[in-house]
Design a protein around this ligand. Structure first.
Ligand code: GLC
Length: 414
């Protein structure tokens, strides 16, 4: 579970980071974490963003009965799941676990067992979410991006006109557990529910989603993570003597189109793309920096991104704020609109190392460790140092799983 009270089930990309952290001290548990996640994989290959292991815990919203995934014949009866997905982290996580434990026969057989399931998941993204065959897949719900309320989704969400009579009755639960000022607004929440209903109407994988969804976006971060995981699957597959031809061919298309679709020369970063509006979503935000993790930026592009991070550090920010600190939409307290997220830092840390930015990578690591050391294992943290110094804790949920796993993982690298 990401956090016992706020998120009492298994979340997809959290689970990947949790397995990675856990693998540093309890391999068996790490393997179990991933196998458990894959027990919820759909017949079409989708890995759902939530697995509801317990059907007795019904107070969460939206719960399994609200998702009602039985609309899709290929959704498992058990465990119950949600109907959307999250970032494709399992390829690179398998690779990281394998690299540390190559000599362990149990790990090798685990990797061989899960490998085809990860390929099947990537195939889902290419088959169901890439109608123009660009090698870049779309999402139709902000929750899929893992950056739920980032300002980059605002314009697409504003496009949704809600008819209150058609919106099902619902009661949020998150704001009774965490401070409402640190959570998405109710305006946003109505739109999250609207898009959930749209997915359900089209069985969560129908072509009508691409036709009708007002929210249809190619997320630069999710596509960078998919490419990173493709690269990992190619390397792993070659090492283990598995067939990599499908992933290699798809990845070639993805990598060829990534830069031209997502690079924004004015901002000097990668940005997401609004398929509905046919234009880039021109904001500086944390997702663009994950491209470093998949080595997608050329030297010049990387230099611009690196100088920006260096400047943020010089200007008194912890690295890496989740949104452009100079934008009027920046809110250092509200979820994905400004605060620091440790698991994002763990990916950017590795990305900076790939570009030989040892010193900056160290700042990312030590900022993360310092925040957690000072404030506890929270969900996310204040990004402005002058505000953080008057605080006694982090933001959002406490005892947060991927925060602790990211710390374990970061501390295991020098
Ligand atoms: C929120 C975050 C998402 C995460 C989930 C569980 O929805 O935005 O990234 O997976 O919480 O921690």
């Amino acid at each position: 579970m990401p956090s016992e009270n706020l998120y009492p089930f298994q979340w997809m990309w959290d689970s990947g980071f949790v397995a990675l952290g856990t693998s540093h001290y309890d391999l068996e548990k790490a393997i179990q974490e991933i196998e458990c996640m894959f027990s919820g994989q759909w017949e079409n290959g989708m890995i759902p963003h939530i697995i509801f292991h317990s059907e007795n815990e019904t107070s969460y919203f939206p719960n399994f009965d609200f998702w009602d995934c039985s609309v899709n014949d290929g959704a498992p009866q058990k465990p119950k799941t949600s109907g959307i997905t999250q970032p494709a982290v399992f390829g690179f996580i398998l690779e990281a676990i394998y690299d540390h434990h190559k000599d362990n026969a149990e790990v090798v057989s685990f990797v061989k067992r899960v490998y085809p399931k990860v390929v099947k998941y990537h195939r889902f993204l290419y088959d169901y979410r890439d109608p123009f065959k660009e090698g870049l897949f779309f999402i139709y719900h902000p929750w899929e991006s893992g950056r739920d309320n980032s300002p980059i989704w605002d314009e697409s969400l504003n496009r949704i006109v809600i008819d209150k009579n058609l919106l099902p009755d619902y009661q949020r639960r998150d704001t009774s557990i965490a401070d409402a000022s640190e959570r998405p607004t109710s305006y946003q929440y109505d739109r999250y529910v609207y898009l959930l209903e749209l997915g359900k109407k089209y069985k969560y994988d129908g072509p009508e989603i691409a036709e009708h969804s007002p929210f249809l976006v190619q997320d630069c971060m999710m596509n960078a993570i998919l490419i990173k995981s493709n690269q990992a699957l190619i390397k792993l597959g070659n090492e283990l003597g598995l067939d990599v031809s499908y992933i290699e061919a798809q990845n070639q298309i993805s990598q060829n189109n990534f830069v031209s679709r997502f690079w924004n020369e004015d901002l000097g970063t990668f940005v997401s793309y609004d398929l509905r509006a046919g234009k880039q979503i021109a904001f500086k935000e944390i997702g663009g920096f994950i491209s470093l993790f998949a080595k997608l930026a050329n030297e010049t592009q990387a230099d611009r991104m690196i100088s920006y991070l260096q400047k943020l550090h010089n200007d008194g920010y912890y690295l890496c704020p989740s949104f452009d600190v100079n934008s009027e939409l920046f809110d250092s307290k509200r979820y994905w609109r400004g605060p620091i997220w440790p698991h994002m830092n763990s990916m950017i840390y590795h990305g900076l190392k790939y570009y030989n930015q040892e010193a900056l990578a160290e700042i990312v690591k030590s900022d993360t460790v310092q925040l957690v050391d000072q404030f506890g294992f929270y969900e996310y943290y204040e990004s402005q140092k002058h505000l953080a110094k008057d605080l006694s804790k982090g933001y959002g949920g406490n005892n947060f799983s991927w925060t602790s796993s990211s710390i374990i993982h970061l501390l295991s690298h020098s």
